[in-house]
Ligand binder design. Structure first.
Ligand SMILES: [Zn+2]
Ligand SMILES: [Zn+2]
Ligand SMILES: [Zn+2]
Length: 146
């Protein structure tokens, strides 16, 4: 299969950027996160502090421009995950109490609805994000009533 690594290398190559050690390391942290969106602080931890914060921020910015990663709002925080090129199109449901994230890959109804409402207005939609926040099954049972 065309691995994630190939997509990553091509993205850099097409922009004339070199595949540096810190870029590879950052990319691997995302690959190894198992589709868990990461904050810059979490990335520092995963790198065992071998990368400094400014390098990470700089590379996050580059990765975002190249569409290798995308920002995701989790609760009220911005985290990052690999773009749809790697993970496919999906939505998130985030529990604002425990932080659990459920990914939804198979909700064609919503995507069809978005397509239709765009088309009705003569708008050609190429992408959208939809993140749902609330309480997961477990946390609902512990939530203060009212
Ligand atoms: Zn929860
Ligand atoms: Zn995701
Ligand atoms: Zn969608």
């Amino acid at each position: 299969m065309t691995g994630d690594n190939e997509i990553f290398k091509n993205a850099l190559k097409n922009s004339g950027l070199s595949n540096t050690k810190s870029r590879r390391q950052l990319f691997n942290i995302f690959v190894n996160s198992g589709h868990k969106p990461l904050s810059p602080a979490e990335i520092v931890n995963f790198s065992n502090e071998t990368m400094d914060r400014s390098t990470i921020y700089r590379n996050l910015e580059t990765f975002q421009k190249l569409n290798i990663i995308r920002p995701v709002s989790i609760g009220w925080k911005i985290k990052y995950e690999l773009s749809e090129e790697f993970h496919g199109h999906h939505h998130h449901m985030t529990c604002i109490k425990c932080g659990k994230i459920t990914t939804i890959h198979d909700d064609t109804d919503i995507d069809l609805a978005i397509k239709n409402l765009s088309a009705k207005r003569g708008f050609q939609a190429i992408e959208h994000t939809l993140d749902i926040r609330g309480y997961c099954n477990t946390c609902q049972n512990f939530k203060n009533p009212g």
